[in-house]
Design a binder for this molecule. Structure first.
Ligand code: FAD
Length: 429
């Protein structure tokens, strides 16, 4: 154990992605000493669309992370949706509970800034520190620490509460027997980044996050329709993040080569955006998207799961950053309150506030998502929805609120009330 001031910290957070850094920042702000262990060192590349919806922006506001344009953030007004031969611009809804803009920032910078933010709040960040397994209290069977490979050799770090924020691999949770539920929806996504030789002259190109509900490997209708959906998210400095993904109602292995699919789709996009293969600055990278609380329980016996480690990607739109940040906020709040109790049943009850709160707020919505995925994984259903839904702007505004989880949980207009009622009626995942 390294000689840190104050001895062992009361909380260890494993993984400094958005979920881990948010948890550590909130804990440090609450005066809880926190050790944040990260296997890589910043800045590091991460496969992502780099897109933040207003839900994620709201979390940045909660965290107090600034997002000025001069620091490389690019704001957007909403989604431009393509499908069934239609093209529709859908501004982010105007709601009391959320800002009305989204953002993009490469994950290389985004994650670095969040980790630095946690450090500035008082968390101790240890990079190049890969957690390789749990340490148990032999008397109680609870997790009591972790073993980690550090530049100085293997070390043991002990704490009464451990947070697993190690992403989709969920290695730590797996080591205590919390396996992925194969019956929950899962996605796969791959992305590349391109520097446009001629940055778009008009903001019309950069102020919308493009979402393509159909992927053609050539001109529309003349080419072949490929499985999945695609996106083009403009970033600052004339860069675009281009990706494809798909979602299935269970964790079955996809039969598609998504890297090849991305390359083909990029060929078809190139003329419109004016780039060639030479302009790719960040080669295709892929990863799985764990959805709908695919790993549970979210808290038990000293180990709490946040973000992708708990399977918190939205089945509706593949968004995971907002939920990673939000779960970090809830986790830190429960842990800070629990540590005011001595070890024992009072502390355990306070820690269980976390899963209860996450399920209450997000559970119904994720359950609706499971139904949604079951429907859209049939291409025929998807095609009918795209062809007949997209030309109906009022219906699409409702769909956008539903898909991006942007509705007033209480009050609001009829669309907000419809979605909120459905989410309340659905079982809490
Ligand atoms: C291609 C693609 C595109 C996506 N696009 C978007 C998008 O545009 N918007 C969006 O909101 N979401 C998107 N997502 C989902 C999003 O990337 C994730 O939901 C999000 O990164 C989850 O954050 P996290 O902190 O839980 O996990 P991660 O971001 O995966 O962070 C986990 C951290 O833990 C570290 N770690 C792992 N194992 C260990 C260990 N053993 N010891 C120590 N540290 C460890 C990792 O190095 C990493 O830093 C996309 C995903 C993919 C694959």
């Amino acid at each position: 154990m390294p000689n840190r001031p104050g001895g062992d910290p009361p909380v260890i957070v494993v993984g400094a992605g958005p979920a881990g850094s948010a948890t550590a920042a909130y804990l440090a702000r609450a005066g809880v000493s926190t050790l944040l262990l990260e296997k890589s060192s910043f800045p590091r590349v991460k496969a992502c669309g780099d897109g933040l919806t207003p839900r994620a922006v709201r979390e940045l506001i909660h965290l107090g992370v600034p997002f000025n344009e001069e620091d490389g953030w690019l704001r957007n007004r909403g989604l431009r949706v393509f499908g069934g031969g239609h093209e529709l611009e859908l501004p982010w809804p105007k709601l009391a509970s959320f800002p009305d803009f989204g953002l993009t920032l490469p994950r290389e910078e985004f994650d670095h800034r969040l980790a630095s933010h946690a450090q500035a709040a008082g968390a101790i960040l240890m990079e190049n520190t890969a957690v390789v397994g749990p340490v148990f209290d032999e008397r109680t069977g609870r997790i009591a620490g972790v073993r980690a490979k550090t530049p100085g050799g293997e070390e043991v770090f002990r704490a009464p509460v451990i947070v697993s924020a190690d992403g989709v691999s969920g290695r730590l949770a797996g080591a205590v027997g919390r396996w992925t539920n194969q019956k929950r929806p899962h996605g796969v996504a791959v992305r590349a980044r391109v520097r446009l030789p001629k940055p778009p002259a008009h903001s019309h190109h950069t102020e919308w996050m493009e979402s393509h509900l159909e992927l053609w490997d050539g001109p529309r209708e003349a080419g072949k329709l490929m499985p999945g959906y695609g996106w083009v998210f403009p970033e600052a400095h004339g860069i675009v993040n281009i990706g494809v993904g798909s979602v299935a109602s269970t964790a079955k292995a996809p039969g598609t080569n998504y890297r090849q699919l991305l390359t083909k789709w990029m060929d078809s996009l190139a003329p419109r955006w004016g780039f060639t293969a030479e302009d790719i600055i960040d080669a295709p990278r892929s990863a799985a998207l764990p959805m709908c609380f695919s790993r549970q329980p979210l808290y038990a016996r000293g180990l709490m799961l946040v973000g992708d480690a708990a399977g918190m990607v939205s089945p509706f739109d593949g968004e995971g950053i907002a939920y990673a940040l939000q779960s970090g906020r809830y986790a830190a709040s429960a842990i800070a309150a629990a540590l005011a109790w001595p070890a024992g049943p009072g502390r355990e009850a306070a820690l269980r506030v976390y899963p209860d709160r996450v399920k209450r707020v997000l559970g119904g919505y994720f359950s609706l998502g499971r139904v949604f995925v079951k429907l859209i994984e049939h291409p025929a259903v998807m095609r009918v929805c795209t062809r007949y839904g997209l030309p109906r702007p009022q219906l699409m505004r409702l769909v956008m609120k539903l898909l991006s989880d942007l509705y007033e949980p209480r009050g609001g207009d009829w669309m907000d009330r419809t979605i909120a009622t459905l989410a309340r009626l659905a079982p809490a995942a």
